[in-house]
Design a protein around this ligand. Structure first.
Ligand code: ADP
Ligand code: ZN
Ligand code: ZN
Length: 729
């Protein structure tokens, strides 16, 4: 029976967001497969597209059917299971199928444009084994001698080894002694070499490994591995992966942001050798391109990467691990398809018969809820390895400190603990949940906060250039001498930044050397890894930084963790603020006492009785979960009801008008009035001069299909639909 090719054209437009059928020419009949890139006639144009369906059922009239023109690559560039995954993403996240397909392509491909290719280099091959050379041709002799041992070498290497120049090679080529050619060379990704630690699994680890293996062979439900910090979750992953590899399958390991956890790659490389590939945004496009193709060609067993590595082209997938599954970096915050890597991973595993493992010391409320419901299987590691105790956590009330006359940013307790370091030589991590030298500039007379002229946010003072910065539009300006509103000269910088903390440390504890880890010190490529390496080598005793210092590091000499202000993140206009605060405090506390020495944690707070702070103090995830899930149930928030945010941004009137139109449309589609919130200005009402209006929608189950029929709005307005949003600013 004749088959027809269903094609998604490679154009970013809602109008062509459907499958077009084409006749397959005889010459391609045996070759064409799902996932092939093809050229098709489209109106009067020729367009590139992807084959997403082969079917004998014709959905257009015979005489309207056109013939597919050509194949663009010999092999399908997208694996069939990933075509299915893209289809699911387009539907679930109310986006374009073609845009979902872009995620499945090699890193350099975007809507038909290929921005880099394989890297090639000149090679030299010896043709005449024992050539006769002129007597004084010493350089030529050296070149031939080297080639006699190797036969083919990269020209650049050969020139370096023979200490000569290109002209020597040209001379040899002219005599027919060597041949010049080209070879594809891999842009290698480097990581620190560490020895593989062979450990005997604890009883809990063994049981977790068995649970995952049993599920892998059985029902295949996702496993939630809830393990306290330092309980050896990574070791569990490594063991399960070894098993997957033995079966001839591949594993994908997702981590929140690889550039932040270079240690992870090293640990995997130590166990699995060279058959790993690494995919993340810290690499150059060329490096990512090579890593992707290595995976596509089946040269790797384990792919380690950030969010988008969930789409790695592994042909025989056995396992996807999502480490630190609660992290917000797993959510895509750009483009029309705002996917969550956790949900995509689970869907991909379902499509390919693979096993998903979600690991965390502080699982997302949604995940733990699913585990309790039986949608996921729960495996727990309740103890740290080697019977190491969890660190003692002390919460200091900063209001009382202030009353006692302590104006320092360090409480008496924290000072005592830092003092101790000068004797013991141990290390400490100090967390400040902020960025920049000082958060904002406030007029003490009229209360005016200096804001960005383009965005509705306050500007941040940076010391390096003595300017105020906007972190949204990158606007910069000099610090005004007087208040722009009331002309008062009493402008004051409020809040503390990492730089200021470091300065205070140096002032109060001159013998303690510190390193700073934040957005400013890590801007340069490789800076992040280098700071961590120096800290690991003991070149400094204190690591000061923002959230970045809370990530999954393992520094055995760290015995003290100090949190300067626990509550800052509690005052964010976001339903997930308590959860984020609890996670951050627990994660950073978990960096203390991971080695043989006992650890302690000091949390400074202006609201010490808050349940998120208390639960973190007691290492009590369940207590936190019970409190928070109660609020969510009461208010009808996820995981009980689904949340969707529709954001309209553009010129003031147009954005507002669009939001009103959409709002009316939702009501007419039968969404009950009490479930549609807004339209209202977003918490950040303006970014880069564009006004932002939003509508929030609560629904039981996915609203996706109905959101397809939103009315067309003004061309200047960008409408973004965010299903399960995690930020609502
Ligand atoms: P987590 O990811 O749960 O915070 P890790 O997997 O990083 O914990 O493990 C913490 C440390 O304990 C690592 O240095 C690891 O090598 C070590 N470790 C893990 N499992 C064991 C074990 N069974 N016996 C001894 N040490 C272990
Ligand atoms: Zn003023
Ligand atoms: Zn701005």
């Amino acid at each position: 029976m004749e088959q027809y090719a269903g094609v998604i054209v490679d154009v970013r437009a809602e109008a062509v967001n459907r499958i077009f059928q084409y006749r397959i020419p005889g010459s391609l009949r045996d070759k064409l497969e799902i996932g092939h890139r093809v050229l098709v006639p489209f109106g009067r144009r020729k367009l590139e597209g992807y084959v997403v369906q082969l079917s004998s059922e014709l959905e257009v009239e015979q005489d309207k059917l056109k013939e597919l023109l050509d194949l663009l690559d010999p092999d399908p560039i997208i694996l069939p299971s990933l075509v299915e995954l893209a289809r699911w993403m387009g539907e679930t996240y109310v986006g374009l199928f073609s845009e979902a397909l872009q995620y499945m392509l090699p890193p350099a491909f975007r809507y038909g444009k290929e921005r880099v290719g394989a890297k090639t280099a000149q090679t030299v091959t010896l043709l005449v084994q024992n050539p006769k050379l002129r007597k004084n041709a010493a350089a030529q002799k050296r070149v031939v001698e080297i080639l006699q041992k190797k036969q083919t070498l990269l020209a650049a290497d050969l020139i370096a080894q023979a200490d000569t120049s290109r002209s020597t090679l040209r001379a040899l080529e002219e005599q027919g002694i060597i041949a010049l050619g080209t070879a594809v060379i891999e842009r290698k990704v480097e990581w620190d070499q560490v020895p593989d630690q062979k450990v005997t699994l604890t009883a809990e680890q063994k049981s977790a490994v068995e649970t995952i293996q049993r599920e892998l062979e059985g029902e295949g439900r996702p496993v939630l591995l809830h393990g306290v910090t330092g309980s050896g979750k990574t070791e569990v992953y490594l063991n399960v992966i070894a098993d997957v590899i033995k079966q001839g399958k591949q594993a994908i390991v997702l981590v929140p942001e690889i550039a932040l956890t270079p240690q992870t790659v090293s640990r995997f490389a130590a166990r699995f050798g060279d058959r790993i590939s690494v995919l993340h945004s810290g690499l150059s496009l060329g490096e990512r391109f090579d890593q992707w193709w290595k995976t596509y060609r089946g040269e790797v067993d384990v792919v380690i990467g950030a969010r988008s590595a969930v789409f790695a082209p592994t042909r025989c997938l056995g396992l996807i691990v999502l480490d630190e599954e609660h992290e917000t970096t797993y959510k895509q915050e750009e483009g029309s398809i705002r996917y969550h890597a956790r949900d995509v991973a689970i869907k991909r595993c379902e499509l390919e018969g693979a096993q998903a493992v979600l690991g965390s010391a502080t699982p997302a409320l949604e995940s733990y809820h699913k585990a309790l419901q039986g949608d996921y299987l729960l495996a727990e590691l309740t103890h740290r390895v080697e019977e190491r105790p969890l660190p003692q956590v002390q919460v200091v009330d900063m209001r009382a400190e202030f009353e006692r006359g302590n104006r320092s940013i360090f409480s008496t307790e924290l000072k005592r603990a830092l003092e101790k370091l000068t004797v013991t030589g141990n290390q400490a991590i100090i967390l400040l949940n902020r960025r920049g030298f000082s958060r904002f500039v406030l007029c003490r007379e009229c209360g005016e906060v200096i804001g960005c002229p383009n965005c509705q946010v306050s500007l941040t003072y940076h010391r390096e250039d003595d300017r105020l910065h906007c972190h949204y539009c990158l606007h910069r300006e000099v610090l005004p001498k007087s208040c722009p509103k009331c002309a008062s000269r009493f402008l004051r910088q409020f809040g503390v930044g990492t730089e200021q903390v470091q300065e205070a440390l140096t002032r109060e504890f001159p013998e303690l050397k510190s390193l700073r880890l934040d957005a400013d010190t890590t801007r340069r490529k490789g800076a992040h890894a280098s700071i961590l390496r120096r800290f690991a080598q003991g070149q400094a005793q204190i690591l000061v930084g923002t959230q970045m210092v809370a990530k999954g590091f393992d520094f055995p000499n760290v015995t003290l963790v100090g949190v300067l202000s626990a509550d800052l993140s509690l005052n964010f206009p976001d339903i997930r603020s308590p959860e984020r605060t609890f996670q951050l405090l627990t994660q950073v506390a978990g960096r203390s006492g991971r080695g043989e020495k006992k650890g302690e944690v000091i949390i400074q707070s202006y609201d010490p009785s808050h349940f998120a702070v208390r639960a973190a103090q007691n290492h009590d995830y369940l207590e936190f979960y019970r409190r928070e899930i109660g609020f969510r149930r009461q208010l009808g928030y996820p995981p009980f009801r689904q949340l969707t945010r529709i954001l309209c941004s553009g010129p003031q009137q147009a954005a507002e008008e669009a939001a009103r139109q959409i709002h009316a449309c939702l009501l007419s589609q039968g969404f009950p009035g009490q479930d549609v919130f807004g339209p209202a200005p977003a918490p950040i009402g303006r970014i880069q001069g564009r006004y932002r209006w939003q509508i929030l929608l609560k629904s039981d189950g996915p609203p996706s299909a109905r959101l397809r029929q939103l009315p067309p709005t003004d061309d200047q307005v960008l409408v973004t639909i965010d299903i399960d949003p995690i930020y609502m600013l």
